[in-house]
Design a binder for this molecule. Structure first.
Ligand code: CP
Length: 330
């Protein structure tokens, strides 16, 4: 078999932003420098542009990308596959169901097996927080966290930042309200680190039972604010991000009822009127329309929800591209 260095192509046509990415893995946004975040966002802009002009590229010809999903996904899985194919990579998609995981194979054995068959980059979603970290320690392939338990979802946060930047320009001083079930949200956590690094003022809002204590402590550092008042959170916001209310939370007694949650925390047009005129509305998906977000707001004129999904492809192209180049240089 050819060595990784000979199998990898040299950087291909047009979409190149000078790379300073060296990390083997992308596990969360909390370890990314501002320069690394901006590198991915700039590269995503170039990818979006070149995709519109040229369509499919051959930049990652010879690179093998494996998506390994232990948990359900529509957006993340499909956009990683699309991104890898648009860059000319070879793509293998695996889900836990139907693989040897069902016969009891461990995560470590699975990633070592995938490395042995030639995987260069592994995109992993897992229901347990920390699983992609364990995988990364046990393979020389680059590991991208596609969502682990309630812990982190760095590629979602980067596509959210990209969408915010496209709509609002420079994010320094922009007020972003994140509303809902923060406690169980890997999206909220990764967004906090990415958006505060970019200079946003982040306000986390939800019932006290759905805000983790650890985040309440973090407000002392002044990186973000926490409130249980949605009116306070949305007041003057440049962007409002609703989080999915996981219905099983009601059964676990964390909220009195879905009806009460809708009454007190739904992002609806009356509440959106408290935000800046033209404030954008975001949601990572999948949505429970009529629960955490009103239908007219979800599909309203300032909604960027479909834009977020579309931008996910460009952002993931940028991530795959820089991680593949970093692997080539190792
Ligand atoms: N936002 C997100 O991660 O969606 P999927 O679960 O559909 O990938």
């Amino acid at each position: 078999m050819a060595s990784a260095a000979t199998r990898f192509p040299q950087p291909g046509p047009a979409p190149i932003v000078e790379t300073s990415w060296t990390a083997k893995d992308l596990l969360d946004t909390d370890t990314l420098s501002l320069a690394e975040i901006n590198l991915i966002l700039d590269q995503a802009g170039a990818m979006k542009d070149v995709r519109q002009r040229q369509g499919k590229l051959a930049t990652l010809r010879g690179v093998a990308v494996v998506t390994l999903f232990y948990e359900q996904s529509t957006r993340t899985r499909a956009s990683f596959e699309m991104a890898a194919k648009l860059l000319g990579a070879d793509v293998v998609n695996l889900t836990a169901s139907g693989s040897s995981v069902e016969k009891g194979e461990t995560l470590i054995d699975t990633v070592r097996t995938l490395e042995a068959i030639g995987a260069d980059l592994l995109v992993i979603r897992h229901g347990s927080s920390g699983a992609p970290y364990l995988a990364a320690r046990n393979t020389s392939a680059g590991v991208i966290n596609a969502g682990d338990g309630a812990h982190a979802h760095p590629t979602q946060a980067l596509l959210d930042a990209f969408t915010l930047r496209e709509n609002l320009g420079d994010l320094k001083g922009r007020r972003v309200a994140i509303v809902g079930d923060v406690l169980h949200s890997r999206v909220a956590r990764s967004n906090i680190w990415a958006l505060t690094a970019l200079g946003c003022s982040v306000i986390l809002c939800g019932p006290a039972t759905l805000i983790p204590r650890t985040l309440e402590d973090g407000t002392e550092e002044g990186r973000y604010m926490v409130t249980d008042s949605i009116e306070e959170a949305l007041d003057g916001a440049d962007a409002v991000m609703a989080l999915r209310m996981q219905r099983e939370r009601q059964e676990s007694g964390l909220i009195p009822s879905l009806r009460a949650y809708v009454r007190d925390y739904q992002v609806n047009s009356a509440r959106l009127a408290l935000a800046r005129p033209g404030a954008i509305v975001m949601h990572p998906g999948p949505m429970n329309e009529g629960i955490e977000i009103a239908q007219d707001v979800a599909h309203g004129i300032t909604s960027t929800i479909e834009e977020q999904v579309a931008n996910g492809v460009a952002v993931r192209m940028a991530i795959l591209y820089h991680m593949a180049l970093a692997r080539q240089r190792r």
